[in-house]
Design a protein around this ligand. Sequence first.
Ligand SMILES: Cc1ncc(COP(=O)(O)O)c(C=O)c1O
Length: 488
Amino acid sequence: MDSAGRNGPPEETLDPADWSSVRALSHRIVDDAVGYIRDVRDRPAWREMPAEVRAFFRTPLPTASTALEDVYRDVADKVMPYPMGNIHPRFWAWYMGSGNFTGALGDFLAAVQGSNLGGGSHAAALLDGQVVDWCKEMLGFPASASGTLVSGGSMANLIGLTVARNVKAGVDVREHGVSAMPKPLRFYGSDQLHSCHRKAMESLGLGDRALRRIKTDGERRIDIGALAAAIGEDRESGLQPACIIATAGTVNTGAIDDLQGLADLAAREGLWLHVDGCIGALVAIAPENRHRVAGIERADSIALDPHKWLHAPFEAGCALVRDASAHRGAFAVTPEYLETAPRGLASGDWLYEYGLQTTRGFRALKIWMALKEHGVEKFGRLIDQNIAQGRYLTGLIAAHPHLELVAPTSINIVCFRYRRPDLENSRLKDINVEIMLRLQEEGLAVLSDTTIRGEHCLRVAITNHRTREADLDLLVGEIVRLGTAFAP
Ligand SMILES: Cc1ncc(COP(=O)(O)O)c(C=O)c1O
């Protein structure tokens, strides 16, 4: 019998037995975290993990307890020194933001409060809605539109395309499924579309072939004449043109489709206009460059990615839909165990009715805190800064006899390669890949590569508030050094 007079094993909890030691350790963890971000420039941009670190992650499931201090020591020794590297000032691979400390505090506090953003009447739910409203405001989208925070751009695109499919299906597709559609739907995007759209088409039961890739012009923007012709052809063949996916910032080169032209075409043809703005939608807040995304506010739906150019710690994407009832109509299901109550916790909006998740994390807080701290104008200036850095790097490459631009730079993505007149074309890919790998292995910088119209190239995407022009000077110097070393 225990002191409360109970029989059986003692009742347990995950709370610490001694809060004062947890407090002391927590202070140390925060101190370490501040130092970690403050000193990020002094560490390599990436480093290979030694064999013992790899082996450490194959240890079996722990059965008994370990002191939290020891658990933290493992994290400090085996995890923190080997990050992906995207918070480093010289990380420019693929496309991702570089985080911010306030956002990290936001994630911590969100976890401490522990609210479930499936909905309900509580402060986190109101804050979530406020962040969605701020996203609308940043893009000039109407206040009457709806939106939802999701894990990232891929999910945000899936939300927009799901609503598009349901609205254009010509049948209650939720009830009857895609096989009941009177005509097969066709979606359109450029040949530079991100791969997540393929996955979305597959998940929606439409199949990849229902997504026509339209050729792009010299600036890698969708060719609107070719798009109009494709829509006409499809109508004549008995298909149902349904949705244009415009890209504001393609993943390969950062090209921004002509959003006004596409909005006009969509209006003329009665098509849904979805904008994949994961890279470029937020250019709308950047004073020197916002003209590039004019027309984005005319979309029916938009995907944007606060974990890219708002530097929110992962994960944070956002889908916006002009017609709020169509948005809710695509996802809402009210089971008997989630009915709205007239008062109390269940009297708030059910946020899970705007997407696929039921339980949702409190990802809004990290975005909200950083926006409050810095203000949207600073985020806009940082986007302008990255675009100016893209231009600066483009200039360095254009001026160097052994470097060559492979695609025009639109915003902050620069595609180029090392090339000398004495090197055969067949060797260029090997040399450039080797340069990319050596830059990583030496911890100097992280870039990625891609192939554009058959030409392999290195790719620098500057979504990084820590990058300085001197980092780009260093990059160019190191690429030329490595190129000369491999092909003397
Ligand atoms: C144009 C574009 N769309 C969609 C995505 C997918 O976004 P996420 O990685 O946040 O899912 C990306 C990712 O870089 C992208 O560049």
